[in-house]
Design a protein around this ligand. Structure first.
Ligand SMILES: [Fe+2]
Ligand SMILES: [Fe+2]
Length: 207
């Protein structure tokens, strides 16, 4: 049995966010989503590198919320659209634990071959914009829907219609680029996998 649900949801939020002076205001808006069973499953969905969809979505939501205060746009829309922008009904990264969860239904899409333009990057914005209404019908809102649906711009050609959506798109890109492994990580991993290891200076001197 996979354990992912935690009623004390604050324990699963990055402490740097919890300590922020705006945390309580943001938390009031997003709490019902964070407490939902289906959303908590995103703790075991991998996103980029070593971050879960849960962590990534919280980061995008909180940062978008802070930007909304600066740019004077709708904070509630930014917080909710940020949290739900990657709430697609599948996973795009394999995680063994998902084989057990709900009969492996979240892995079906990953195991299905699609032509390029039907692949995750092109389709998940629209899928998330439908999926959030399925689980949170009370939150349905044209600005939230549009911001989620268009967040992959410019990979998908139509830009977000509202400035809240532009914030989600930008914050998502900024966060995603920070989540990628650094060049030094790649160098370390590559060298550890090399069968031929370069000799150290000391070893050369022995010859
Ligand atoms: Fe996304
Ligand atoms: Fe994202």
């Amino acid at each position: 049995m996979i354990k992912y649900y935690n009623e004390n949801v604050i324990e699963n939020i990055d402490p740097s966010i919890v300590k922020h002076p705006m945390f309580n205001d943001w938390f009031e808006i997003v709490k019902p989503v964070l407490m939902h069973d289906e959303f908590q499953k995103r703790k075991i969905f991998f996103h980029h590198f070593n971050l879960s969809v849960w962590d990534h979505s919280i980061l995008v939501s909180f940062n978008a919320y802070l930007y909304s205060l600066y740019f004077k746009c709708d904070s509630r829309v930014c917080a909710l659209a940020g949290l739900l922008h990657d709430f697609y009904p599948w996973t795009w990264q394999y995680n063994e634990e998902l084989e057990e969860l709900d009969g492996g239904k979240y892995l079906v899409e990953l195991k299905t071959k699609h032509p390029l333009f039907r692949q995750h990057g092109f389709t998940h914005g629209k899928a998330a914009s439908i999926n959030y209404v399925k689980y949170f019908p009370e939150l349905e809102d044209e600005r939230i829907t549009n911001s989620i649906k268009r967040h992959m711009f410019p990979l998908t050609p139509i830009p977000p219609k509202y400035k809240e959506g532009m914030i989600i798109t930008l914050v998502d890109k900024l966060n995603s680029s920070r989540e990628l492994p650094t060049i030094s990580y790649f160098a370390k991993t590559a060298s550890s996998k090399l069968k031929f290891k370069p000799k150290l200076e000391k070893e050369y001197n022995k010859d």
